[in-house]
Design a protein around this ligand. Structure first.
Ligand SMILES: [Cu+2]
Length: 121
């Protein structure tokens, strides 16, 4: 009888742990779903994150570009004018103040970095 009681206690504990795990999961799944929903192929997903902007200033030495941009959905950022670090200084080669661009900004290790930029036609 004592063994049965112990078994019950253990199974209750196990159930509790399993339940806690299940409870934590939906949030994770929801996040994954949101990320995958934006488009199956990687290219399509990146295009969806491209934001319209206008170059205000280019600083190749500092690897920075000042952009007036629209809403950046993937960063939950409203439209504004601000300076961004760029992933690669070569990205700035063909750009000058006044250029209309499409770009992608991402959070890389806590800093926001422009990872892609192209002239808008
Ligand atoms: Cu901004």
């Amino acid at each position: 009888m004592k063994t049965l009681k112990t078994a019950l206690v253990i199974s209750t504990l196990l159930l509790g742990a399993a339940h806690a795990q299940t409870a934590a999961k939906p949030g994770m799944d929801g996040m994954n779903m949101e990320a995958t929903q934006k488009g199956a192929p990687m290219g399509t997903m990146n295009m969806a994150n491209m934001v319209d902007g206008e170059v205000r200033k280019v600083d190749k030495t500092a690897k920075k570009i000042t952009l007036k941009h629209g809403e950046i959905k993937n960063l939950q950022m409203a439209g504004m004018t601000m300076a961004y670090q760029v992933k690669d200084a070569a990205m700035l080669d063909k750009l000058k103040a006044g250029d209309k661009v499409r770009f992608m900004a991402e959070k890389v290790g806590g800093a926001i970095v422009v990872t892609a930029i192209e002239q808008a036609k």
